[in-house]
Design a protein around this ligand. Structure first.
Ligand code: ADP
Ligand code: MG
Length: 366
């Protein structure tokens, strides 16, 4: 568990164990290809480690933001990555460099890019419900691990869930722990942060943040993965916020045609206004949608097929390190679900691109 002695009042952890290198990044890595992504204070580029030829992603984070020293925020991001090292669904951290203006995180390279791309893809490339079940299980195993260790991500959205490969569809890697916080019984955390479409009602109401806050975002994420539509997105941010606080969600067949009733039930268990009524990550992993054959939609699969699919999609969680505890369910069997039914969508229906962190209002905390 993260040591609360090293957490500040705001739930940030600033004690890191990784050696922060001050030699030159470019002596050890070559930048290759174009940028992988960019946020308000960070740019991510592909690179190759000279000594091994391994591909990596280098996240260059500015230490000064809006005239303030934000080194502590970056240390918090590093501390959380360290804490989650034992979980295969959280992106790996290999190296950290510091210059006078930046900190560079050398991360495991997720070659498949953001799941966002498939969320908004046309039918042929869109996820099937079976894909979503497998990926949702992986996201939940990663998030359950964080929650088990009192860490909340607070920015779960399709841009922060990456794939090891896109075709064939690989496994997920959770990235971007820039807003992550440590939550424990002794300190109460209330902050205004997140991305409008994905934030939970309690964030808008300035009520306490908890692991349930992430579970709301997983509900939104699953909705988007299955339907290609963003459940709360309005024309204006205020409309989005109103839709969230009223839990104004369309579960009609228009949106969910071709999607199982169990999937809808799963989403409904998460999009509950009262955080205490929301399913936890562990409860989600036990939900029938993620565990049963959808017999009306799929032919039964032989046990050896189940084994084969498990090895590919759900690597064994290595032993926990750094004193962190693992959830009591290191691996779950992968169950076959429905056939290659495409998640219900006619066409991608976002009115505009998802907002980036730069669009966030109210403003992010530093
Ligand atoms: P920000 O805090 O600016 O949102 P992220 O950590 O989310 O930074 O990185 C921005 C984008 O860069 C991601 O949405 C993704 O597209 C890309 N990216 C980040 N990490 C990796 C990685 N390890 N492998 C491949 N692409 C990455
Ligand atoms: Mg991000």
């Amino acid at each position: 568990m993260l040591d609360s002695a090293v957490t500040s009042k705001s739930g940030m952890v600033t004690k890191v164990h990784t050696r922060i290198r001050t030699d030159l990044f470019k002596n050890n890595y070559d930048l290759v290809g174009k940028e992988l992504g960019r946020g308000k204070f960070a740019v991510v580029k592909k690179c190759v480690e000279k000594s091994t030829g391994q591909e990596r992603a280098a996240k260059f984070l500015r230490k000064r933001r809006k005239g303030q020293d934000c080194r502590g925020d970056i240390l918090n991001e590093i501390a959380v990555l360290e804490a989650a090292k034992a979980n295969p669904y959280v992106v790996g951290l290999h190296d950290v460099y510091e210059t006078s203006t930046e900190i560079i995180l050398v991360l495991e390279f997720a070659a498949g890019g953001e799941i966002f791309n498939q969320c908004v893809a046309d039918n042929d490339e869109a996820f099937t419900e079976k894909d979503v079940i497998r990926l949702a299980r992986q996201i939940l195993m990663g998030v359950a691990f964080l929650h088990w260790n009192n860490v909340v991500h607070l920015d779960l959205k399709p841009q922060n869930i990456l794939l090891t490969s896109a075709q064939p569809l690989g496994d997920i890697r959770i990235v971007d722990f820039g807003l992550s916080r440590c939550v424990d019984a002794t300190s109460e955390l209330r902050e205004i942060l997140g991305t409008p479409e994905y934030v939970a009602p309690e964030i808008l109401n300035y009520e306490p943040i908890s692991t349930a806050t992430d579970m709301w975002s997983i509900g939104v994420l699953t909705y988007v993965m299955l339907t290609g539509e963003s459940p709360f997105l309005g024309e204006e941010k205020q409309e989005t916020f109103l839709n969230i606080s009223q839990v104004n969600v369309d579960y009609s067949q228009d949106v969910f045609h071709g999607v199982s009733a169990l999937a809808v039930d799963f989403i409904q268990s998460l999009l509950q206004k009262n955080p205490r009524k929301r399913a936890t990550a562990e409860e989600c992993l036990d939900h029938p949608w993620l565990n049963t054959h959808l017999t009306s939609l799929a032919a039964p699969t032989m046990p050896d097929e189940q084994e084969a699919s498990q090895s590919e999609s759900e690597p064994e969680s290595p032993a926990p390190s750094l004193g962190l505890v693992s959830p009591p369910y290191p691996t779950y069997p992968t169950y076959p679900a429905q056939g290659e039914l495409k998640a219900g969508r006619d066409a991608f229906s976002f009115s505009e691109p998802f907002p980036t962190r730069t669009d966030i209002q109210p403003e992010l905390i530093c």
